[in-house]
Design a protein around this ligand. Structure first.
Ligand code: M1P
Length: 262
C-alpha cells in the first residue's frame, strides 16, 4: 500500500468483476447524484453491485475534493478508475497516475490575461445576486461563475433560471472565444452556475488516454450533458465509446440494470 500527496489515501487492489473487458464510465452531477448533491446510499449500493459485474470508472468535471464530498471520502478506492477534472487527475486501482496543470501548459502571462479580463467582464454583469469565488483555479482548468461558487443551493437554483433566460454564460463564452482566440481553449457549460475553461482536447475524452486499446471490448459512457456544448458531448460522441444519455441517477440505474445485470 502506498500513500499519495493528492488524496492522502492508501491505494488498494480492487477485486476483478465478472466481465472485466466491459467498462462503464460515469459522469457525477445529474448521472450518479443530483447536481452538486451527495450520492444516495441506494445508488452507492447499486454502483458497488454493478462493479462486481463489469469494470466501473468515474469521470467528473469537478475536482477531487468535490467528488469526495459527493461520492465519499474514499472515492479513489471505490472503483478501479477514478478521474476528476476530466481525467487531468487520474487514479487507477487507488493509485495516482498523473496530474496535468493548466498553469504549466498556458504559462503565467496567459493565466493573468484570462483572470484580469474575466474580473472586468464579471464586474460589469448585472445579476440579482453576487457572492464569492468567481474564478476557481483548478490544476487542469479554470471554473468561472458569474454568481460566485459560494452561493447557497437556493441562490444557485435561482441563478440557473436567470442564466437560461438571459444566456449570461453563453454570451460570456462567446466573448472569451473572441478575446482568447490565440489560446485554443475549450469552454464547457457543465453545471448550473459556472463554466469550465481548459485547453482544447482536455475534455472528458482526456481520461480515455488511461484506458489501453487492447484492455476493453466495450467502453460505455453515461452522462446527462451529452448535447453539443455540454461537458459530456465529446466523450459521448467519441469513436472509442458507446454513449448513453441519462436524465437522473434513477435513469442511470434503470439503463445499467437492463444493459449489464440481466
Ligand atoms: O460536473 C459538472 C460541473 O459541476 C459544477 O458546475 P456548477 O457548480 O456550475 O453546477 C462544476 O464543478 C463544474 O466544473 C463541472 O463541470
Amino acid at each position: 500500500m502506498t500513500e499519495d500527496p493528492i488524496s492522502n489515501k492508501k491505494a488498494k487492489t480492487t477485486m476483478a468483476p465478472a466481465n472485466p473487458r466491459i467498462i462503464a464510465l460515469f459522469d457525477v452531477d445529474g448521472t450518479l447524484t443530483v447536481p452538486r448533491g451527495e450520492i444516495t446510499p441506494e445508488m452507492l449500493e447499486f454502483m458497488k453491485t454493478l462493479s462486481t459485474k463489469i469494470t466501473v470508472g468515474i469521470v467528473g468535471g469537478s475536482d477531487l475534493p468535490k467528488q469526495e464530498e459527493q461520492l465519499g471520502a474514499n472515492v479513489v478506492n471505490l472503483f478501479p478508475y477514478n478521474f476528476s477534472q476530466n481525467g487531468l487527475v487520474a487514479y487507477k486501482d487507488g493509485e495516482l497516475q498523473e496530474v496535468q496543470t493548466i498553469a504549466k501548459f498556458l504559462g503565467e502571462e496567459n493565466i493573468k490575461r484570462i483572470v484580469n479580463w474575466t474580473m472586468r467582464y464579471l464586474a460589469d454583469i448585472d445579476i440579482p445576486v453576487k457572492r464569492g469565488t468567481f474564478i476557481e483555479f483548478r490544476s487542469g482548468m479554470m471554473n468561472i461563475s458569474p454568481i460566485g461558487r459560494n452561493c447557497s443551493r437556493e441562490e444557485r437554483d435561482d441563478y440557473e433560471k436567470v442564466d437560461l433566460e438571459r444566456g449570461i454564460r453563453a454570451n460570456m463564452v462567446k466573448a472569451m472565444q473572441a478575446e482568447f482566440a490565440d489560446l485554443n481553449l475549450t469552454y464547457s457549460i457543465g453545471g448550473q452556475i459556472s463554466f469550465d475553461v481548459f485547453p482544447t482536447g482536455w475534455d472528458k475524452t482526456y481520461c480515455l488516454n488511461f484506458l489501453k486499446e487492447g484492455d476493453f471490448d466495450e467502453i460505455h459512457f453515461f452522462g446527462d450533458k451529452t448535447f453539443e456544448g455540454g461537458n459530456d458531448y465529446e466523450i459521448y460522441t467519441s469513436e472509442r465509446t458507446i454513449g448513453h444519455t441519462v436524465t437522473s441517477p434513477d435513469d442511470t440505474k434503470e439503463q445499467c440494470t437492463k444493459l449489464f445485470m440481466s
